[in-house]
Structures are given as structure tokens and as C-alpha cells.
Design a protein around this ligand. Sequence first.
Ligand code: ATP
Length: 604
Amino acid sequence: MAQEASRLRDQDDDTAPHAPHPPHTSFFAPVRGSLAAIIGLSLLGAVTSVVPFVAVVELARAVLPALSGGAVDPGRVWAIVAVAAAALFVSFGAAWLSGMVSHVADAGLQHSLRRRIVRHLQRLPLGWFDARSSGTVRKLVENDVVALHQLVAHAIHDVLTAIAVPVISLVYLFAMQWQLALAAMVPLLLATVAYVLMMRGGAEKYARYDEATARLSGATVEFVHGIAVVKRFGQLGRSHRRYEERKDHYVGFVDEWTRATAVGFTIIELLASPVVVLVWLLAVGVSLVAGGAAAPIDVLPGLLLGLGLTAPLMKLGASAQFLRNATKAQQSLAAFLALAPMPRPSTPQAPDGHGVAFADVGFSYDGEHRVLHDIVAECRPGTVTALVGPSGSGKSTLARLAARFYDATEGSVTIGGTDTREIAAGELYRTVGFVFQDVQLLRASLRDNLRLTRPDATDAEIEQAARTAQIHDRIMRFDRGYDAVVGEDANLSGGEEQRVTIARALLTDAPVLVLDEATAFADPDSEAAIQRALSALATDRTVLVVAHRLHTVVRADQIVVLDGGRVVERGTHADLVAAGGRFARMWADYQENHARALPEGTAR
Ligand SMILES: Nc1ncnc2c1ncn2[C@@H]1O[C@H](COP(=O)(O)OP(=O)(O)OP(=O)(O)O)[C@@H](O)[C@H]1O
């Protein structure tokens, strides 16, 4: 087990495993020794748990002669009692030890698995997180790992015991009195047949059950989360109806399944119940004795051990559910760990400067549909480049390539002349900061949120960044100022949250900044504040902004117009308007539609 501990440590070693673990085989490999010990101990526990019953039979044989005036051998009686006591002791000890070993192995396995998951998460392309909710990650780290816990810590021991005890008992019974042994098998076989018949099509039923559960939880989350939006747009009835429909579907399915299996379960319970088994074995035993096929003492083993044959069957049913969950969890963990990590450079290079250049960049998310074609663009340090274009033209995708959320499928993205694929991840994240539409503030103080990417920032630096991002005054209006906790006493509007993230980006000191839809939530007042904050960001930095509202890019040094994943125009606002092309038409439309919404002082 010391070796196992070191193997688990090796798996956790952040520096070691460039070599990926083969996903399927390696889950349990580090605890293989413990698993063997659990199996051995469970079997030992099963064998020794039968011994006291055998001892009772032998004790009866030893003392019965006394009833007919015969002599009892006290030495033999004590020997039997000693064996029974020792077996009981070993049986309990083995069960205890097996529980200990399995829980220790399980704790190590969970720890190692969680770390593997987290480490793998760190290596996945950032784009993977774009397309997934935190629920996906939570399911992997929590539910799937817990499903494996049930397997290692409980199911292996339970299943082995549930199979081994009846098998050992039957072997003993056949050795003692085969007719009664056969009779003892009857309830067991009938209950097994009933169970198999009842569970026919079980895989499909479980799949439908899982689907109904997932649909119901989806509808519940949608109903609860979206309640404000839904109410506002008068859709409460519809959302509630969807929830009701899914709840009815779920309840209907469970009801139908329960009805279909209720009779079967009752029959199994009856067949397995001690009273029924006892009456059956007594009837068979009495008729065997009456027919002269067995002596009364030969019936005793059947009565004692026959009773214990069917009970484990019930346990097996519950364990089967654990095994099913563990198999599914193992599959989803294996699929996750098999995801290709972002390739790491073998000899990382540092960028020389912080200009960003796209050279003949092509990109496809799925390997089939190209969303960017032959993009050539250069963003010089100290300038703002705005990406504009119709919805779906590839603006966000191009911006994300600069932050290496994904790697270009063709061509290259360079920062300071160095291909982003050749820059070490830490260096790249220090170089490129991003503020995306999906503002992520943690449930922590505003101060901690601001210095998230630069933990050593001083209070003065934090305040300076907040002032530049036009959010300092708002923060000071909270009773606890910078110590106010987001979501507790610091409740911010969408625009205010964005200014906090801009302040955070300012503090990061990243020389390249990628901003996507940074003004999406803003009202006209906070939008003007955000514009001032963005201008502050641009000083000495290379800034790439994905812009929807064209007035926000009037002052950009360069506007790159995308359409259908291609660059169709580029230039300053004045150049492009004068050229009378694609941008000029977009600008004219925009002015017509938004003229009244433009904040004061905006170029028109
Ligand atoms: N994670 C993804 N997986 C697959 N396809 C994607 C993904 N993200 C975007 N796309 C597709 O790539 C194309 C470009 O999308 P992108 O979001 O870059 O455009 P956009 O110009 O930023 O659009 P919008 O202005 O609507 O945000 C679209 O066809 C979109 O459906």
C-alpha cells in the first residue's frame, strides 16, 4: 500500500505527467493492491461468517447423545465453541478491515481522480469552457467521482459477500444432505427467475428514467432561474406549463414502472422472506425424516443456513444500481480525460514585443465547417483594433484565437512575432488579458475580485485601476467599500460588473487585451463610462475589441470588417465611410436605427 500511495502521488505530480494515463485502465490501477485486499478480506469474511452456523450444527451433534444418556465429550464441545468464537472474531475483523481498506483506497482514489480532473481541466483549450456550463465540471468532479466511491467503498464488498455466502452455504449443505440442499435452492432460484423476468428491458427503462429525470431538472432550473425574465415577458404560464408537463411525464413514468414491478417485487419479497423459507424447509425436512431419508439432526444445517440464502439477493439488487452508476461515471470520466489537451510547446519562447498578427488564419470548430478563412491582420502595440461584422461573421472566434482559446486550424497567430503555440501557458496568460461578455465575478470581496489576476497588487494600485475604469465612486457607495462582497452587500448592475472586470484587466498589466462585447449590458451612462475606461486601457497596449455598436469604434485606430469569416474591408472609420463600401452601408443603417440612442458627445 505504500507503493500505492506513491503511485497516487506520482499521478498527482504536476510536473510528471506529460505522459497521459490510458483513460480506461488507469482509474483503478493505483489502488489495485487495495482492491485485491478488499476481495480477499471480503471472501475471508464470507467464509468465516458461515462457520458459526456450522459450529451450531456440530455442537448439536456433540451434545445430542446426552439426551439419550450418552456421554458428551467436553473437549470437543469447547473446541467447537472456540472455533465458532474465533470464526466470528475473524469474520467481524475481516469485514472491519475490508471497510477500512476500501475507505482508505477510496479516499486516495477520489483525491487522485479529482486532481487528475482539475489538472486536465487546466490543460484543456479555454474554448472547451466556453461551450460548457459549470454544471458539467461539477458533475465530473462531484457526481462521477462519488459514483466510483460507491463502487470501491461499498459495492465490491457487498456484491462479493452477497454471492460468496450463499455459494459456501450451498456447498456445505450439499455435503450434509443433498435433498435439503436442493430444497433450499428452490426459493433462491424462483426469486432469481422472478427478478430476471421483472427486470427484462431494464436497460431501456433506466435510460428512459435518466432522460425523464434530466428533462425534469432542466425544466426546474429553467423555471427557477428564468423566473424574472419569464415574468417580465409574460411567459410565466408557458415556462410553468413546460415544468408541469415534464413533472407529469416523470411522475407518470415512475408510476407506470412501479406498478409494472410492484407485483414482481412482492413475489420476490415473499419468496425470500424468512418465514416462507423456514416453513418450506421445515416441510421438506419433516417429510425427509418421515420418509427415513434423513435423521432429524441432518435437517438442522438446512434450517440454519437455508434461511440465509435468499437475503443477499436483495442486497445484490441495490448493488446493481451502484454498479450501473459507476459504469456510467467511469465512461464519462474516461471520455473527459481522453479529450486532447492544448498542445504545450517543447521549447517555449517569449514574445518579443506585444503586437498581434494573424497570418492566413483559417479556423473550424468541428473540423468540417470553416468559420474563418485566410485572415490577415496586424494589430500594433498602442492601438485599438475593432472587429465588426454581421452576427456569425466570426468576430468572437477571431478574438478568442488571439487569447488562444483555440488554435488556428491554418496559418498562425503571433504575439510579438512568436506563434502563440510556442508561448508557455503562464506567459501567454500574463501577456493576453481578456474581458468577455460573460462577466465572471467571484463571491468574494470587490478587492479580491479586482486583484484576482495580480494577487500582489497594493490597495493604492487597486484603487487607481478602479478609478480609471470609472467604478471607484460606485464601490465607495457600498458601506464596506472595497470589502463589500459580490452577491452579498455588493450588488452591481451588468455595466458596473463590466467596469470591475475592466479594472481587473487594467491591474493585470497584460500588454495585449481582448474585449468581447464589453458594452453589451451597458445603459447609455455607464456605456460612456466604459468607453472612457477602454480608452485608458489602450494606452501602451494592443487592444482588440469585438464591437456590435458601431459608435463605440469610431475612434479605433483600425476597423477590421468581417463577413462570412473573411476580412472584407479594413481601415479607419473615416477611410471606410469615405470608401462607401460594406462598412459605410453598415454605418448608415446603424445611424438610422440607433441615432436617438447614442450618448452625448458621440461622433455621428
Ligand atoms: N463553440 C462553437 N462551436 C461550434 N461553432 C461555433 C462555436 N462558436 C461559434 N460557432 C460558429 O462560428 C461562427 C462564427 O461565430 P462567432 O461567434 O465567432 O461570430 P460573431 O461574429 O462573433 O457573432 P455574434 O456577433 O453573433 O456574436 C458561427 O457560425 C457560429 O455558429
